[in-house]
Design a protein around this ligand. Structure first.
Ligand code: FA5
Length: 337
C-alpha cells in the first residue's frame, strides 16, 4: 500500500517536471512536493505508522526522492531562467522587430526646400556662394561704400585677415552676374552672420536671395513673382502689400508684408496689432550695381529680393523664439517630421 503510493508519487514528480513551463509553476511544484503540507512531507510523517524495517526502507527511499526533487528544482530553475534571458535578447522570433530611429530634415531645411521649389517652378535656378566674403562683394559692389551708414545696419563679424562673414546673401547677386551674361533668374539660399541676438534675432541665420535680370523687367514683374511666392508658401488666400523702403542696392526699394496669418488681419500680439507681417525686402536693381558688373543699363533691367528663412518658418509654424531652431531639442525637431 505504502510502496504503491511512493511509486505513484515518483511517477507524478517525473511528469510534473517534464511539463513545467515557467518559474511560477516551478515554485508551485516545490510547495506541492516539499512544502509543509507537501506530498513527500506527508509520506515522511506517515513513516511512524510502519514497521521498523519498512520505516528504514521507505525512510531512505523518501529522503533520496526529496534530494532528487531538490536537484530537479535547481536544474529546472536554471533552464527556465536561461530560456527567459534568451527571449529578452531578441531570440524570440515571434517578437516584432526593433525599428531603427528615422531622421528627418531640420524645419529650416524644409522651408528652404519649399522656397527653392516654388521659385524653381517660375524658372529660377538655385545657386550658392561662400560664407566668408570680402568687403567688396558684401558691401562695395552693392553700392555700399566704406563711409556709407548702411554698413552699420548690418553689424559685421570681421576675420583677422580682413575678410568678413557675409551679412546677407546679396553678394551672390554680384558673383553670379560677374560669372554669367543675362538673362538670368536665380535664387540663393544660405547662412549669414550678424552680431545680433534676441528672441527674434540670431548671430547666424539664413536668407534666400532672388535676382532676375532681363530686357523689359519691370516693377510689375517683381510684384507678380513675390505675390505668387507668398500664396505658394502661406496659402492662396494670403494678402500682400508693398511699402516704400530703402536699400542701397535697389531703387526703388520696397518691403513686402503679408496679412497676419495668426489673426487674419484683425490685429494681434504677433503682428503688433497692425494686421500685417513684414517678410522681405526687395526692389529694382540699382544702376550702380549693374555698373559694378559691367551690365549695360540701357539694355538690362532687373529686380532682387531677400528674405529671412527663420522669419518665414516662425510665421508658418507659429514659433515665437528663434533659438528653438538651434537648440537641437529632439522633441522640437521631431514635431516637424
Ligand atoms: C537684407 O539683408 C537685404 N540684403 C535684403 C534685400 C535683398 C533687399 C535684395 C533688397 C534686395 P535686411 O537687413 O532687412 O535686408 O534682412 C533681411 C531679413 O533677414 C529680415 O527681414 C529678417 O527677416 C532677417 N534678419 C535680419 N537680421 C536677422 C537676425 N539677426 N536673425 C534672424 N533674422 C534676421
Amino acid at each position: 500500500m505504502f510502496e504503491k503510493e511512493v511509486e505513484k508519487l515518483k511517477e507524478e514528480i517525473k511528469q510534473a517536471f517534464e511539463k513545467v513551463k515557467d518559474l511560477k509553476e516551478l515554485q508551485e511544484l516545490k510547495v506541492k512536493f516539499l512544502g509543509k503540507k507537501g506530498q513527500i512531507t506527508g509520506l515522511l510523517k506517515r513513516l511512524k505508522e510502519l514497521s521498523i524495517e519498512e520505516k528504514r526502507r521507505f525512510g531512505k527511499e523518501l529522503n533520496v526522492l526529496k534530494d532528487k526533487v531538490e536537484e530537479l528544482l535547481k536544474a529546472k530553475e536554471k533552464e527556465l531562467i536561461f530560456k527567459a534571458e534568451d527571449r529578452d535578447e531578441g531570440l524570440d522570433l515571434t517578437l516584432p522587430g526593433r525599428r531603427p530611429g528615422i531622421g528627418g530634415l531640420h524645419p529650416l531645411s524644409q522651408v528652404i526646400d519649399e522656397l527653392c521649389e516654388a521659385f524653381t517652378r517660375l524658372g529660377f535656378e538655385v545657386v550658392t556662394g561662400p560664407e566668408i566674403e570680402t568687403e567688396y562683394y558684401n558691401f562695395t559692389a552693392l553700392n555700399i561704400p566704406e563711409w556709407h551708414p548702411a554698413r552699420d545696419m548690418q553689424a559685421t563679424f570681421y576675420l583677422e585677415n580682413g575678410s568678413i562673414l557675409r551679412t546677407h546673401t546679396s553678394p551672390i547677386q554680384i558673383r553670379t552676374m560677374l560669372q554669367r551674361t543675362p538673362p538670368l533668374r536665380i535664387v540663393a539660399p544660405g547662412k549669414v552672420y550678424r552680431c545680433d541676438a534676441d528672441v527674434r534675432h540670431s548671430p547666424m541665420f539664413h536668407q534666400i536671395e532672388g535676382l532676375m535680370v532681363d530686357k523689359e523687367v519691370s516693377f510689375s514683374d517683381l510684384k507678380g513673382v513675390l505675390t505668387y511666392f507668398a500664396k505658394e508658401i502661406f496659402g492662396p488666400k494670403t494678402r500682400v502689400r508693398f511699402r516704400p523702403s530703402y536699400f542701397p542696392f535697389t531703387e526703388p526699394s520696397v518691403e513686402m508684408d503679408i496679412g497676419c496669418v495668426i489673426c487674419n488681419g484683425k490685429g494681434c500680439r504677433v503682428c503688433s496689432h497692425t494686421g500685417w507681417l513684414e517678410i522681405l525686402g526687395a526692389g529694382m536693381v540699382h544702376p550702380e550695381v549693374f555698373r559694378a558688373v559691367n551690365y549695360d543699363t540701357s539694355i538690362w533691367q532687373g529686380f532682387a529680393f531677400g528674405l529671412g528663412i527663420e522669419r518665414i518658418a516662425m510665421i508658418k509654424y507659429g514659433i515665437d523664439d528663434i533659438r528653438l531652431f538651434f537648440d537641437n531639442h529632439l522633441y522640437f525637431l521631431q514635431s516637424f517630421r
